[in-house]
Write a new protein. Structure first.
Lengths: 323, 501
């Protein structure tokens, strides 16, 4: 009766069924099905498409965060970097380039550089990632207030507006962007030597170093990637929103870490996959939508959100004891 | 003997995870006598101390206090009975002051509150005994290692012990501090205190102690008066053992070409070392634990900063600037602490075996899982690692984990293998296999550097042995001159007949 479990295919199927990414996907599906019965309109195609579009921003921020967490660090500056991207883009408008591509590339180069500075602090100055990235976030917030002040800036960039609003073949451009990034991220994580080094560094940095893993350059790359994907998320959120303002990135700090952890990546590093972060991001957006449906006051919304995330983490199995 | 020993062990045995560490050992500490406890690393000295102080309970035999067996010896009971231990690893709290550390756990109280004035008086008295002049309010973290050791001793004296156990108290002391300690112990002996003294410095032992117990592989090989013995005799009692056929037949494969050659090399504790490592030889690194041997290997490997006047490493004319560079030069390193430094326990055996490959391949090169599996299968077959290679490395036994830590370098054909105590905690069969591998490696014209705390291993496996003491190579023993006695006496400086001054 259990003979199929003995076959290679059967064993592989079992592994997938028991994996955390699959579990997260199952939870998302269950929540969607139940919610669409309870609340009219929740299960409509347009609404679900909208949820995935929102999840794309979290998914992009969490892509870099997943790299950083797997390599044994954490990036607390992602929210500030999203804001930097969304606020500085409208300020860069070159008449010479009607597409707006140069401005976008310039902003992505800027956010990647910010990430690389984080990496320098962690790898060479040996500052703890939490301190380094938190200090960076505080620094950037101060800088943004000086540059942009309290006012919102409107984006006149055609490319940004296209990314935020176009729907080629009925699919939002932001979601397409997320799909493309996901494919690259998953390939880099699981199919390259670079990816293998990250897992080794996160699981045991000392053993990784003694095995010849180039610690400094890998750390630099990881935080650079996080800066890049956060910058990309900033471009997307600016396009969807039309305006950038200081504080626009704030929700994405907790959201990115929660998506990573809900997706089964160990917060201690060394174990995990972006394949779990993707449904993790969608699950987060779904929870937020459900809470809005409940029509609670903002205070209660926050309390519900926090409790639900804790509950889900307890449900899907806590960190197993290590070391 | 007329008086009953203050503290004694009668035929005690102890094993950890089925490995016997002590077998039927007896020791009796008499009042007014300094009793030396000698033995190589891993002979069971620390375990015996832990049994005497109640930190561990014996599997068999009994601990006696004042001639009466104690049913359940606990640290609390030991303290009550006046037994104080000065541990080798310091047990002080860096952020607390000298006085607070000395009184910790036995603070004087007044109306239920801590009586600081009384503590200061009593701590001062203990400090005066050991010659500590620092203000009592200085945090212990600000003191040098030697001064901390003195605080540790003052802490033991504060409890007014009847039995004082000192585990290598002088290993971090300066000559003056050692002299103060020696005089103090003489005085305490005169007051009728029983002292158990553990040290690797034989001249100290000869000068200070009256009686000696020697442990070897967990058994007692001598329990006698020190009168009429010399340092050489003690060394023979510590190492005399039958090596059996554990080691492969030794065959010369050494050439005259140097794989590694350094002049005035300094790294960590090592100072100004000249060393030539030849291709085709197994070079042993011996000495007591923690004399800088590990820094020698790590410095050559580029893992810690190192300086040198000149260096030639597999043709390159400088030390590697980092581990990746060292790997590129054909160096490979196998760490001592495989769980912490050698393996990724939560990752699969395959991933562990492939890590050096991931580290040196271009970062964005696509992996071939099929090729990885094939390579790992080949290594596993070659080294006799059985079972599913997708299991995490922590599922393997200690011996097999060590094999994985070694195997991961094999596909890269290193020219020089740096090994840090590769057989520590490894079963006999795996030891034999590792010895075979190392000899074959040397026979293939590669260089092997074997740092080992296991003296027989150095004698039977190596072409030459460099003995390290206090950051210097104090002896380079050629094959013909290799013996356990020669290594141990060089390691302890027994050939220098000077008294600790």
């Amino acid at each position: 009766m259990t003979a199929w479990k003995e076959t290679v295919g059967g064993r592989r199927a079992l592994t997938i069924l028991r994996s955390r990414p699959f579990l997260t996907v199952a939870i998302v599906a269950a929540v969607w099905i139940v919610a669409s019965f309870v609340s009219r309109g929740f299960g409509a195609y347009g609404h679900l498409r909208y949820l995935v579009e929102l999840a794309a921003v979290i998914g992009l921020v969490a892509a870099g965060q997943t790299f950083v967490v797997i390599a044994g660090g954490i990036d607390l500056s992602v929210a500030a970097i999203v804001t930097v991207s969304a606020v500085s883009l409208p300020l860069l408008s070159w008449q010479a380039d009607p597409t707006g591509l140069t401005a976008v590339l310039a902003v992505l180069a800027l956010t990647t550089t910010i990430g690389l500075v984080n990496g320098l602090g962690v790898a060479l100055l040996r500052v703890h990632p939490m301190i380094m990235t938190l200090a960076m976030a505080t620094f950037l917030q101060g800088l943004l207030i000086i540059i942009a002040g309290g006012s919102a800036v409107t984006a006149e960039n055609p490319l940004v507006r296209w990314i935020g609003n176009a729907r080629p073949a009925g699919i939002p451009a932001g979601v397409l962007l997320w799909v493309a990034v996901s494919v690259i991220v998953l390939a880099a994580m699981h199919a390259t030597s670079f990816g293998a080094r990250l897992f080794a560094m996160g699981a045991n940095p000392l053993a990784a170093t003694l095995s010849g893993v180039p610690f400094a350059s890998t750390t630099l790359a990881v935080y650079g990637i996080s800066g890049f994907t956060s910058g990309l998320a900033g471009v997307l959120v600016l396009g969807m929103n039309g305006q950038g303002y200081v504080g626009i990135g704030d929700p994405y700090l907790l959201a990115s870490i929660a998506a990573v952890v809900l997706g089964g990546t160990s917060i201690l590093g060394g174990l995990g996959t972006y394949a779990g972060t993707i449904p993790g991001a969608i699950l987060l957006v779904t929870i937020t939508a459900l809470i809005t449906v409940v029509n609670a006051s903002p205070g209660w919304r926050s309390i519900l959100f926090g409790s639900l995330i804790l509950g889900l983490l307890l449900l899907s199995g806590r960190e197993q004891a290590r070391r | 003997m007329a008086t009953a020993p203050l503290l004694a062990a009668r035929g005690v045995s102890k094993s950890f995870f089925g490995n016997p560490v002590l077998r039927d050992v007896s020791i009796a500490l008499q009042p007014g006598r300094v009793h030396a406890l000698l033995g190589e690393n891993g002979a069971g000295k620390s375990t015996l101390i832990n049994l005497l102080s109640g930190a561990l309970r014996p599997d068999g035999g009994a601990i006696e206090v004042d001639g009466r067996p104690v049913w359940r010896m606990t640290p609390a009971y030991a303290q009550q009975a006046g037994i104080a231990v000065v541990q080798q690893e310091l047990s002080l709290t860096a952020s607390l002051s000298i006085a607070e550390n000395i009184g910790l756990g036995a603070y004087p109280r007044r109306f239920g509150l801590l009586d600081y004035p009384e503590l200061a008086v009593r701590a001062r008295a203990a400090c005066d005994l050991v010659g500590l002049r620092e203000p009592l309010s200085v945090p212990v973290g600000h003191l040098s290692l030697g001064r901390r050791q003195m605080v540790e001793i003052a802490k033991a004296l504060y409890r007014r012990p009847r039995v004082l156990i000192l585990d290598e108290p002088t290993s971090s002391l300066s000559a003056t501090e050692t002299k103060v300690l020696t005089e103090l112990l003489e005085r305490l002996r005169g007051e009728g205190i029983a002292i158990l003294y553990i040290s690797h410095r034989l001249n100290e032992v000869m000068a200070l102690c009256q009686h000696v117990t020697i442990l070897k592989d967990g058994a007692c090989t001598a329990d006698r008066s020190l009168e009429g013995t010399d340092a050489g005799g003690l060394v023979r009692l510590m190492v005399g053992r039958d090596p059996g056929d554990l080691f492969p037949q030794w065959q010369a494969s050494v050439s005259t070409a140097n794989a590694i050659s350094v002049r005035n090399f300094s790294a960590g504790l090592m100072r100004d070392v000249d060393l030539d490592i030849r291709t085709g030889e197994v070079l042993g690194i011996g000495g007591l634990v923690g004399q800088g041997q590990e820094d020698l290997l790590l410095g050559l490997y580029g893992a810690i900063p190192a300086r040198t006047a000149s260096a030639t490493i597999n043709g390159a004319s400088s030390l590697p600037s980092g581990v990746p560079k060292a790997n590129a030069l054909g160096l490979a390193y196998v760490p001592a602490d495989r769980k912490r430094e050698g393996l990724h326990l939560i990752h699969s055996i395959i991933t562990n075996m492939m890590l050096p490959a991931f580290a040196r391949l271009p970062a964005l090169k696509l992996r071939s899982r099929r090729a990885e599996r094939e390579t790992a299968r080949g290594l596993a077959a070659q080294l006799g690692i059985k079972g599913d290679l997708d299991r995490p490395a922590q599922a393997l036994s200690g011996g097999n984990q060590q094999k994985v830590a070694l195997a991961k370098w094999m596909p890269h054909h290193p020219l020089a293998l740096l090994l840090n105590d590769p057989t520590r905690g490894v079963d006999v069969e795996t030891k034999r296999e590792i010895y075979m591998m190392l000899r074959n490696f040397a026979a293939a014209g590669k260089a092997v550097v074997l740092l080992s705390s296991d003296t027989p291993e150095l004698v039977h496996l190596c072409d030459r042995v460099a003995v390290v003491r206090e950051g210097h190579i104090v002896a380079m023993l050629e094959r013909g001159a290799l013996s356990e006695e020669a290594i141990v006496s060089a390691a302890m400086g027994a050939e220098q007949r000077q008294v600790a001054a």
